[in-house]
Write a new protein. Structure first.
Length: 196
């Protein structure tokens, strides 16, 4: 019995040692220390380092790779206190040559319930006002639709629920989209992932 007890104590002690070693296994990762807007270039002042016990399922930028993310752009809005993930930065500009950025304020019924994320392709659909008839189109013609790409979407404004979506579109289409927004004749639809 004494030998069995000693064996159990020894095995329990070994388990505690293994547990302590696992808890002590910490990883140096990159953190966000101040707000960074979508498309903003990251600087060393925006980022910090922390030593944490990192779950293998969590994708985080290791502190040794800090120099590789400085100078890249934020693909999403970054908030202080969060870990920086590789998918949150991009080397590409969110605006391409020949594009215009059109801010679109949309009521809840004018946008999909699905959260809009930077880079998402959208259709900008011209919808006549209620009771309005477009004389240059037959009733069977589909509504005019222009293509765009989400650059940033704000949170819904308290009370009104209005969401402001910054959409990149071609320079030729930008003024048309702005006119549709001004007249309240625009709806936003999500495009399929392959763009069709």
């Amino acid at each position: 019995m004494i030998a069995l007890s000693l064996g159990l104590i020894a095995s329990g002690g070994a388990g505690v040692v293994v547990l302590l070693l696992q808890v002590g296994d910490r990883t140096q990762v990159v953190t966000v220390v101040r707000n960074v807007q979508v498309g903003q270039v990251l600087t060393e002042q925006d980022l910090g380092k922390a030593s944490i016990a990192l779950d293998p399922a969590v994708k985080a930028v290791h502190a040794s790779d800090l120099d590789q993310v400085v100078g890249k752009r934020a693909a999403v809005e970054l908030r202080p206190g969060s870990l920086l993930a590789p998918s949150q930065v991009t080397k590409d500009s969110l605006m391409k040559p020949g594009e215009q950025l059109v801010p679109i304020g949309l009521k809840p019924e004018q946008i999909p319930a699905t959260a809009l994320v930077p880079g998402q392709k959208v259709g900008l659909v011209h919808v006549p006002a209620q009771g309005e008839v477009e004389t240059d189109k037959s009733s069977d013609d589909p509504p005019r639709t222009l293509s765009g790409r989400v650059v940033k979407a704000s949170d819904a404004a308290p009370g009104s629920g209005i969401v402001v979506v910054d959409v990149a579109t071609s320079a030729d289409d930008g003024p048309t989209v702005a006119a549709w927004v001004s007249a309240g004749k625009l709806r936003l639809v999500l495009s399929a992932p392959d763009g069709r």
